[in-house]
Design a binder for this molecule. Sequence first.
Ligand code: MN
Length: 243
Amino acid sequence: MADLVAAAATPRIPVRNASDGVLGDFPVRRIYCVGRNFADHAREMGAAAPASKEDRGSPVFFCKPADAIVIDGQVPYPPGTNNLHHEVELLVALGRDAPVGVLAPDAAMALVFGYGIGLDLTRRDLQAAAKAKGLPWDTGKAFDHSAPVSALLPADMIGDYTSLDISLQVNGETRQHGPLSDLIWDVGDILHELSKLYALRAGDVIFMGTPAGVGPLQVGDRYLARLGNLIELQGCIQPPQVA
Ligand code: MN
């Protein structure tokens, strides 16, 4: 049957090799995000950081719509906020459907297609108001253009991601920097926990949580996010879009 409505196509993220050649596209199905996955960031947000792995409880998950993806780095300042914040995060892209059931962390790693770097952009004022009332975070987190991402690198070109750092500069000044060895929940742990709640599928992207140093972005700010020295995402905050 023919489509009766001209809806937007599935968002796609380019996949590159180490010499920046384009290999193809990664179609995005869902975006899962992890909250409070670095102890220093949990503390800066006023939450307790776990003393040990045994003490960490369950991870905080939320979602963004797939069409929040931005691939050219250009982000219009969103409506409804006076406090747009950056959160630089490791991206994990899944290349295979998970088998039915809960995945062991080691087995879950076999689903990983590749890695990238991205920003979990946040309307912090709306998130803070929702938190204060015990309401969902959707308006603070799941808005249009809230997920600028780099190209993806296939996992076999990354090696051991825990040896890498993620960082963010704004207008040339370092705002965030953290080693991925500091993740409270590593990639295998997070896929294991997600598999208790959702059927993971090829095309799913996970934002792995941010280190300390989150802060505001203004119109005209230029940002540069890096995953080690392997992948970069550069962009700029543009004036608000007007209807
Ligand atoms: Mn985040």
